[in-house]
Design a protein around this ligand. Structure first.
Ligand code: EPS
Length: 381
C-alpha cells in the first residue's frame, strides 16, 4: 500500500487522533477545506444532541510546514468537547459510571464484550461508535486535496431514506451540488427531502431509527486505475471494503451492479472513440469500473446504511451480567445519520482513489505525480 493510516480514540474520550503516511511532498492543504468537511459530517436532519455539543475541527500536529506537506507522516487530532462531561467515565485515567450490560441488538456490544472478555460493553461501544468517522473525514479531506491537484473531484448525494430510493446515473452538476450542500438531507430534490423528513419525524416519534443509502461519485479519473491482475488490487473490491468499513454500512453497489435482471446488452456500456475525447461511453451502467479498473467514466458507488441500532423503543436482549432477558439500553443517539454517512463515504472513497492513483503514478513530490498523470493521459488517447 502506498498510503496508510492508523486512528485511535473513543467517542467520549479526550480526542480522536490519526497518523497518515505516504502523502507526497508539496501538497498544499487548505485547513479551512478540511474543517468544512468536518462540519458537513456534523449536519443532517435526524441527528441527535451530541452534534449540538461538538464543533469539530482538525488540529494538525506534524507532517506539514506552512500548510504544505513535507513527505513526512502527518499527525492530526479532533478534540471531543463532550469529553468534559465524561472525563470521570471514559478516559485512560478514569473508569466510572454504571456498567453497560443491556447489550443492543445490531451493535458491537455483545460480540465485542464476549470476544475481549469485558464485563462492561462501554469498553466496546466507545470505540465502535461512529464518532471515529470524524477523524476519517479529516484524512479523506487530505486525500481529496491530492486528488484535486490531479484533476479528480469527489462528491456524494443521499439516494434513499427508508424504502423509497432514486437512481440518478450521473454525478450532480455544479448547480445540483450547491442544492445538495444546502439541503439538510444532502439531496437536490426538496420534495423528496420533505418526504424523507416526515419519515424521520415518524420514526423519532415512535422511538425508532431509519436507514438509507447514498451515492459517491468521482470525476476526472483516467482509464486504468486499479488492476485486474489480483483480487486485492481490484479497485471495486477495495472501494467496497472501504465503504463496508464505515459504521452501519451493510451493502455496496458498483454502478448499476444490483440490476442483474437486465439483459447483457442493457447492462454494459458500448465503447466509442474520437480524437477529441479519446475513449468514451454513452451510458455509465458500470459506474466507471470494469475489471477492477477505472474505465474513464465517472465513478459511481452506492452504500446502504442500516437503521442505527440504538433506539428509544428498545428490542429484546439478554443482560451480559445476569444472562437474564431484558431490554436493550438506550443512550443518546441519532434517529438518522445517512447524510453524515455520505460525507464519510466521500472520505473513504477519496482515500482509496488517492492510494490507487499513487500506486500507478506515485512519486515523492506532487509535481512528479502530476507529470506522470499527464504523460499517461497523452499516451492512452
Ligand atoms: C454514536 C452515538 C452518538 C452519535 C455518535 C455515534 O453519540 P453520543 O453517544 O455521544 O450521543 O452522535 O456520533 C457522533 C458522536 C459523531 O460525531 O458522529 C454511536 O454510538 O455510534
Amino acid at each position: 500500500m502506498t498510503l496508510r493510516y492508523l486512528t485511535a480514540g473513543e467517542s467520549h474520550g479526550p480526542a480522536l487522533v490519526a497518523i497518515a503516511e505516504g502523502f507526497p511532498a508539496g501538497l498544499a492543504v487548505d485547513f479551512e477545506a478540511v474543517d468544512r468537511d468536518l462540519r458537513r459530517r456534523q449536519k443532517g436532519y435526524g441527528r441527535g444532541g451530541r452534534m449540538k455539543i461538538e464543533t469539530d475541527a482538525a488540529q494538525f500536529l506534524a507532517g506539514l510546514r506552512g500548510g504544505v506537506t513535507t513527505g513526512a507522516p502527518i499527525a492530526l487530532a479532533v478534540w471531543n468537547k463532550d469529553h468534559e462531561n465524561w472525563k470521570d467515565l471514559v478516559s485512560p485515567y478514569a473508569r466510572g459510571g454504571r456498567k453497560f450490560t443491556q447489550v443492543r441488538p445490531g451493535h458491537a456490544d455483545l460480540a465485542g464484550a464476549l470476544k475481549y472478555g469485558l464485563d462492561d460493553a462501554r469498553d466496546v461501544l466507545e470505540r465502535a461508535s461512529a464518532r471515529s468517522t470524524a477523524v476519517i473525514v479529516a484524512l479523506g479531506a487530505l486525500a481529496k486535496a491530492l486528488l484535486s491537484s490531479l484533476g479528480v473531484e469527489v462528491c456524494s448525494r443521499v439516494v434513499a431514506i427508508g424504502p423509497r430510493d432514486i437512481r440518478p446515473d450521473a454525478p450532480p452538476t455544479a448547480e445540483q451540488r450547491a442544492a445538495i450542500e444546502a439541503s439538510d438531507l444532502h439531496v437536490d430534490d426538496e420534495a423528496l427531502a420533505a418526504e424523507w423528513r416526515a419519515l424521520i419525524d415518524a420514526e423519532k416519534a415512535r422511538g425508532g431509527s431509519i436507514g438509507g443509502a447514498f451515492d459517491v461519485y468521482a470525476t476526472g479519473l483516467p482509464i486504468g486505475v486499479g488492476s485486474h491482475v489480483h483480487p486485492d488490487r481490484r479497485l471495486d473490491a477495495r472501494l467496497a471494503g472501504a465503504l463496508c468499513g464505515v459504521q452501519a454500512i451493510r451493502a455496496v453497489e458498483i454502478g448499476d451492479g444490483t440490476q442483474v435482471g437486465r439483459p447483457g446488452y442493457e447492462f454494459h456500456d458500448a465503447i466509442h472513440h474520437d480524437p477529441a475525447r479519446g475513449f468514451w461511453r454513452e451510458t455509465n451502467r458500470a459506474g466507471g469500473l470494469e475489471g477492477g479498473m477505472t474505465d474513464g467514466m465517472p465513478l459511481r458507488v452506492r452504500a446502504y446504511m442500516k437503521p442505527i441500532p440504538t433506539m428509544l423503543h428498545p428490542l429484546a436482549t439478554v443482560d451480559l451480567a445476569t444472562r437474564q432477558a431484558t431490554q436493550a439500553r438506550y443512550e443518546r443517539s441519532d434517529v438518522c445519520a445517512v447524510p453524515a454517512a455520505a460525507v464519510v463515504g466521500e472520505a473513504v472513497v477519496a482515500w482509496e482513489l488517492a492510494n490507487a492513483l499513487l500506486e500507478k503514478f506515485g512519486g515523492d513530490a506532487v509535481e512528479d505525480v502530476r507529470r506522470a498523470v499527464e504523460a499517461y493521459a497523452a499516451r492512452i488517447r
